[in-house]
Design a binder for this molecule. Structure first.
Ligand SMILES: COc1ccc(/C(C)=C/C(=O)O)cc1
Ligand SMILES: [Zn+2]
Length: 262
């Protein structure tokens, strides 16, 4: 039932346009970010993250990624400043990653991809009443993208990877309280920004993207734990490991190169 999409040969990014024609729109994400072509915009303010009162509520396997949800009933956890005219409330974060040793980020930088990419999804609760409404508005969502490169263990990522066994199968949900995503930020909030879209169906062109220039470092072992998740549900015969759940870069279609805050 419903529009089943995924990352396989038959249901992957190359055929999403059949059920979601906006996939061929003129502000689709992700994109290849070309640093030297990114116009440096001195009027761009720093991005500010107020995650201090931020606490997670649950973790789930959406069938396409692992998602950590937040209580977005007030403005306790917001992103503001930068290219944003309002504060945007944190709703959830999720990851995209590759297979063993190969790349898995969605945005690329000068044609190079990272091992993984973390997306913190926020919505404009000043202008819109619900997340669903914001998700279809041109300035409805702000997604903070953070690249993950492989190296040493990340000292806090284990809090997430140690909980993955509770959400192995599509559709599983578990309590996941008290996690503050502040611990997943790199030291610098220097960023690129551009107008784009969701990178999974329904691919709404409703996202102001803020992609941090500095990656965080995680170990191959920690990434490997993401790959122990399954795309498939507990009742399915096929056990398909969750990996390569990333959409490749899309055409700029006349968009100006990303703006850059030093
Ligand atoms: C209204 O339905 C939605 C479904 C997915 C999403 C996201 C947040 C997609 C993505 O992360 O690319 C938003 C709304
Ligand atoms: Zn994403």
């Amino acid at each position: 039932t419903g529009n089943h999409w995924g990352y396989g040969k038959e249901d992957g990014p190359s055929v999403w346009h059949k059920n979601y024609p906006v996939a061929q729109g003129d502000r689709q994400s992700p994109i290849d970010i070309v640093p030297h072509q990114a116009s440096h915009d001195p009027s761009l303010d720093p991005v500010v993250l107020n995650y201090d009162q931020c606490t997670s509520t649950k973790i789930s396997n959406s069938g396409t990624s692992v998602v950590v949800e937040f209580d977005d009933s007030d403005d306790r956890s917001v992103i503001r400043g930068g290219p944003l005219d309002n504060p945007y409330r944190l709703k959830q974060f999720h990851f995209h990653w590759g297979g063993k040793g190969c790349h898995g980020s969605e945005h690329t930088v000068g044609g190079n991809s990272y091992a993984s990419e973390l997306h913190l999804v926020h919505w404009n609760a000043v202008k819109y009443k619900t997340f669903g409404e914001a998700a279809t508005a041109p300035d409805g969502l702000a997604v903070l993208g953070i690249f993950l490169e492989t190296g040493d263990d990340h000292r806090w990522l284990h809090v997430i990877t140690d909980a993955l066994y509770t959400v192995k199968y599509k559709g599983s949900v578990a309590d996941f309280k008290g996690f503050n995503p502040k611990c997943l930020l790199p030291s610098s909030l220097h960023y690129w920004t551009y107008l784009g879209s969701l990178t999974t169906p329904p691919l709404h062109e409703s996202v102001i993207w803020v992609v941090l220039k500095e990656p965080i470092t995680v170990s191959e072992k920690q990434l490997g734990k993401l790959r122990t998740l399954l795309f498939s549900g507990e009742e399915e015969n096929e056990r398909t490991r969750m990996e390569n759940n990333f959409r490749p870069p899309q055409l700029l279609k006349g968009r100006k190169k990303s703006n850059s805050h030093h």
